[in-house]
Design a protein around this ligand. Structure first.
Ligand SMILES: Nc1ncnc2c1ncn2[C@@H]1O[C@H](COP(=O)(O)OP(=O)(O)OP(=O)(O)O)[C@@H](O)[C@H]1O
Length: 353
């Protein structure tokens, strides 16, 4: 296989705060290739954004990488000097965010914003950069790009603005796009259009790492999933397998919390209990206090990511002591794990309607 565009090895991110150190990302490993979409899912606060930001060298002050490494297109950038690291990272990767409005410059015409990198970083002439920007606007599905070129961000809809952000990200010709909840602020139809743009790019060979809390979004876009909880990846594998045969109770619980489009009143969207306090050391499995399948060992010994592929499919790993016996998990998470296809059907219906 080709060199991965991004590898995270055992990455730790910590944030020193007045009341202690918040250990937000705890030993995360992840690999992304050209032409592949990898999803990072989990509840709010599980460390998804900081993982992406650490990869992109965009951690908010005072957050810091305190362990592990970031390897970009085969080069370990972790110990590089900041200017060199930024040069390598920005030559290979670009990031898009949830809030397209704040990501754009309100006082600058959108075409000029798209032309900025080709002009300044790639050294194109003004007219070549303008032509490139028009191409990019066309590529992300902006109709009538000549006319739109002169618009300001506030004159465009949310979906259009997110397309502009994608065009800006593409303007540096990255191999990999890191997308942090790119469709969360959009309504369902526009969300599907923006995901369609990202999927089109993937088919043209761009790699994608997509952060979302929405399983319907990843099920339609990503071939591989990493499920995060309490700063760790607790399950990894192909999307189809994780959605039909999850081997971590947290993934199963997430599936259970997907709203059913056939029900007039949606099921409760939350998993009972609260995520762990990341300021405190976590003994055992972080999900144990909320886990319906918890056993004594879970409270004292932290389960590493273990290979569970024998029962499901290649590359499937789970950090659960009870991953091999889902038939003994109680109630609804047991049903989800045994692939009562209901869960997958609900997720897929939401995406395809
Ligand atoms: N700048 C910051 N200062 C203090 N704490 C932070 C900061 N950024 C993130 N955190 C904390 O780090 C943890 C992980 O945050 P992160 O944003 O990575 O989670 P997430 O999974 O992306 O959640 P969300 O979907 O809400 O963005 C959370 O507990 C969050 O409160």
């Amino acid at each position: 296989m080709s060199t991965p565009l991004l590898e995270l090895h055992d990455l730790d991110v910590e944030i020193p705060l007045a009341d202690g150190t918040l250990h937000a990302v705890r030993g995360v490993s992840l690999t992304a290739y050209a032409g592949q979409a990898v999803g990072l899912v989990g509840e709010s606060g599980s460390g998804k954004s900081l993982t992406l930001r650490a990869a992109m060298d965009l951690l908010p002050v005072p957050a810091k990488i305190t362990g592990g490494s970031v390897v970009v297109a085969g080069q370990d950038v972790t110990a590089m000097k900041p200017a060199q690291r930024r040069a390598v990272v920005s030559s290979q990767m670009a990031m898009i965010f949830q809030d397209a409005l704040t990501a754009l410059n309100p006082t600058m015409r959108i075409g000029d914003q798209v032309a900025e990198v080709p002009r300044q970083r790639l050294g194109m002439s003004a007219s070549a950069a303008r032509a490139r920007a028009l191409d990019l606007l066309d590529q992300v599905g902006i109709r009538d790009p000549e006319q739109r070129y002169r618009a300001f961000p506030h004159e465009l809809s949310g979906g259009m603005r997110q397309r502009i952000c994608i065009a800006i990200a593409l303007s540096a010709e990255p191999g990999l796009i890191l997308a942090d909840e790119p469709t969360t602020a959009l309504d369902v139809t526009i969300q599907a259009q923006v995901l369609g743009v990202l999927d089109g790019l993937r088919q043209e060979g761009v790699g994608l790492v997509l952060v979302t809390h929405d399983l319907a979004v990843v099920s339609s876009t990503c071939s591989e999933l990493n499920v995060m909880y309490g700063g760790r990846v607790v399950e990894h594998g192909s999307t189809d397998v994780l959605l039909s045969a999850p081997r971590h109770p947290y993934t199963a619980a997430l599936l259970r919390s997907v709203p059913d489009p056939d029900e007039p009143v949606h099921r409760l969207l939350t998993i009972p209990g609260a995520p762990p306090d990341l300021l405190q050391p976590i003994t055992g499995c972080a999900f144990a206090p909320r886990c319906p399948a918890v056993v004594e060992r879970c409270a004292t010994e932290r389960p590493p990511l273990m290979d569970v592929s024998a029962a499901t499919a290649a590359g499937h790993t789970s950090a659960c002591w009870r991953a091999e016996e889902p038939e003994r998990w109680p109630g609804s998470i047991g049903e989800a794990a045994l692939g009562v296809a209901e869960e997958l059907r609900v997720v897929e219906e939401r995406v395809h309607r």
